[in-house]
Design a protein around this ligand. Structure first.
Ligand code: ZN
Length: 347
């Protein structure tokens, strides 16, 4: 594994994945925001947004740069729509994460990956910055949970197939110079039996053979009403991670990205992830209120009781896509400043 960018005595900062898109590119403030352009103009605008997001993250002082998911409409469905065997014209409604209904693509034939999906974005990103770069792709279980299956009729079988095609894409992302490949698996926080039976195995299959760092992001979702309502019913202590962490601790995945600020997750659960690198969610994506650098610092400091600075990264709880752009920018700055405070005080 490449150990090119992290010193043992410093925490690095990054976001979990998405950022708001510019108004000239897509509808803002929501998931599945429609593109405002089409054809060649859309392609050019996406690249412009990619440049802008690199600039924004760099100016905010973040250590690891992502594509901000500027070229995709949604973190899961865009990947799925680019596979063959999936009908994305005649979408159907499914219940996602047991929480909310959404119009999603339908699996109608054997899944194959006939073209590169985010490889070109990764190549562009690599050229735009000398800093380490991260690309997120969905995890197999979350993909299964975000579409309508009219062919495999088995969540496990479909997940294995997705893991194979994800691995094909991931290997090319690595080749394009990506330093961290992150698999987004919010479904791990909901379907515990399936995580145990095949979730971790399919995740490891998706990451097989990669020499770059690998990460898994598990959260309580975007700051949308369905998720906020769901969280209200989870009680005083959120212990969902307790089911998953011991299994992940034994896995080959290097990093785990968590929701840790303004959540009711006991920080002590981090100690179940011995020897893993931890991305401590220190920015809340469900509120426009911008955290101060001190709040970020305090949150990271709490996490340090259960992990070492060597394994610590600061991160957002989840994607920032639904927030106003100004708010997202201010939150990224606080994330970076709060991490700097920790690093300075930790010397
Ligand atoms: Zn998330």
């Amino acid at each position: 594994m490449k150990e090119i960018f992290k010193k043992n005595n410093e925490a690095l900062s990054t976001i979990s994945g998405s950022l708001p898109k510019p108004k000239w590119l897509a509808e803002t403030g929501k998931l599945w925001g429609k593109w405002k352009l089409s054809g060649k103009k859309l392609q050019q605008a996406k690249i412009k947004a990619l440049r802008l997001t690199v600039k924004d993250q760099t100016n905010s002082g973040l250590s690891i740069i992502t594509d901000g998911e500027q070229t995709r409409q949604h973190f899961v469905t865009t990947f799925i729509e680019n596979l063959s065997g999936v009908d994305f014209k005649n979408k159907k409604v499914v219940r996602i994460r047991d929480r909310y209904d959404a119009l999603v693509p339908v699996v109608t034939k054997k899944i194959t990956r006939k073209k590169n999906i985010f490889v070109n974005d990764a190549k562009i990103l690599r050229k735009l910055t000398d800093k380490p770069i991260k690309i997120s792709i969905p995890g197999p279980m979350t993909m299964v949970d975000t579409l309508y299956d009219d062919f495999y009729y088995s969540r496990e079988k479909l997940a294995w197939r997705f893991a194979e095609v994800l691995n094909e894409e991931a290997r090319l992302l690595e080749k394009a110079g990506v330093d961290i490949i992150q698999f987004d698996e919010p479904a791990f926080n909901v379907f515990f039996d399936e995580v145990r039976k095949w979730g971790i195995k399919t995740l490891e299959r998706a990451a097989r053979g990669l020499k770059c760092k690998t990460a898994v992001h598990i959260c309580y979702g975007y700051g949308i009403k369905a998720n906020i309502d769901w969280k209200k019913g989870l009680g005083k202590r959120w212990l969902q991670y307790k089911h998953v962490f011991p299994l992940l601790a034994k896995s080959k995945i290097n990093q785990v990205s968590l929701e840790c600020i303004n959540s009711k997750v006991p920080m002590s659960l981090i100690s179940l992830l011995k020897n893993k690198e931890i991305l401590v969610g220190s920015i809340d994506v469900a509120t426009n209120k911008v955290e101060s650098a001190t709040q970020v610092y305090n949150n990271l400091k709490k996490a340090l009781k259960y992990t070492s600075i060597k394994n610590l990264y600061s991160c957002s709880n989840c994607g920032l896509i639904t927030l106003p752009r100004k708010v997202a920018l201010a939150k990224m700055k606080s994330l970076s400043k709060g991490t700097d405070l920790l690093n300075k005080r930790n010397i």
